[in-house]
Design a protein around this ligand. Structure first.
Ligand code: UDP
Ligand code: MG
Length: 318
């Protein structure tokens, strides 16, 4: 019952929230260790994702002040998913379970207790699922809903209303490390790892301080990334669409021939222009979708590293 827990927190320009986040996480680890639920060797592992502000200095100072805090410094900004992965892969060889959490305290720290309980009951993966979206703006709720619906329509298995707040056992992390694709979409890959899993509900709060690092443009590309990395259904749909249009054109042709035979002239211009534009648009759209996948193949074949680590703060150099 004395397993080591690592809480992995990716940070990009988070100087405004780190003092409060670290205070809350330290309190949590100390309480859980005092209750005998986790080992006193447990740590908070901050990942600095190439921040431009004082984030890394704060992490270093925290580490020097208290051995509960550790840190990984990436060579440059690689984005949330890669920063998270860098942290999880660093934690993998040091812990029995790791929880990933955002730096901005939107993920309720108190849900950690329930996650650890589930782990001790034998679950390898525990998904933090938000119980309501009442605090979100209408726009965020609407786009998020659309995102999950689209994902399931495209045949990508994700856990509804689960972001990246989750616990993974060491064995699940080992499994995750075997997914070698460069562009890893964690939310879709983790369910593929399998192993016994459970869900813990929590109330998602507002960002404690600072600004969201996910503006609409990033959110859209994240959704696109998610769909194209988990499913090839869009290509299948294009094939179907092409087939349907072909059928429609056959029917149209037949009608026109019959009308011509009956001596009725068919008005030309509008229908020609409409069909040329419609087909042209569809062809461009289809090429774009296929291009997305070819771009993916191109990027994957290069097998570039997903992240490079500059420094890991170890116990003895604190
Ligand atoms: N983040 C990161 N690298 C980035 C962007 C974001 O490590 O390039 C981190 C950020 O510091 C935070 C988490 O990812 O801990 C989620 O970001 P944010 O809270 O801004 O997203 P939102 O909650 O608004 O979707
Ligand atoms: Mg946030």
């Amino acid at each position: 019952m004395n397993e080591i827990l690592y809480i992995v927190v990716p940070c990009y320009n988070e100087e405004a929230v780190l003092p409060e986040t670290s205070r809350r996480l330290r309190e949590k680890l100390e309480t859980l260790a005092a209750m005998g639920k986790i080992s006193p060797q447990s740590r908070v592992l901050f990942v600095n994702d190439g921040s431009k502000d004082r984030t890394w200095e704060i992490i270093r100072a925290l580490h020097e002040e208290c051995p509960l805090f550790s840190g990984v410094d990436l060579t440059r900004n690689r984005g949330h998913q890669n920063a998270l992965l860098a942290g999880l892969m660093t934690a993998k060889d040091r812990c029995d379970m790791a929880i990933s959490m955002d730096a901005d305290l939107q993920d309720d720290v108190d849900a950690v207790d329930a996650m650890v309980d589930k782990f001790q009951e034998g679950c390898d993966i525990v998904y933090g699922v938000r119980s309501s979206r009442a605090k979100d703006t209408f726009f965020k709720r609407f786009t998020a809903e659309g995102f999950y619906r689209l994902m399931s329509l495209m045949g990508a298995e994700t856990v509804f209303n689960h972001a990246d707040y989750r616990l993974m056992s060491r064995r699940a992390l080992e499994g995750l490390s075997q997914f070698r694709e460069v562009n890893l979409f964690l939310r879709g890959i983790v369910p593929m790892v399998g192993y016994p899993s459970a869900v813990v509900e929590y109330e998602r709060g507002e960002r404690f301080a600072g600004e969201s690092k996910y503006p609409l443009k990033k959110m859209l590309s994240f959704a696109m990334e998610g769909i194209t990395s988990l499913s090839t259904k869009p290509i299948r749909y294009i094939t179907l669409l092409g087939f349907l249009i072909f059928l429609v054109s056959i029917v149209m042709l037949a009608t026109f021939i019959v009308k011509w035979a009956l001596g009725m002239t068919v008005a030309g211009w509008a229908s020609v222009i409409c069909s040329v534009w419609a087909i042209g648009g569809l062809i461009l759209l289809s090429l774009g979708v296929i291009g997305e996948y070819i771009g993916k193949i191109y990027l994957e074949t290069k097998q570039r590293p997903r992240f490079l680590i500059r420094t890991v703060l170890e116990e003895d150099d604190g």
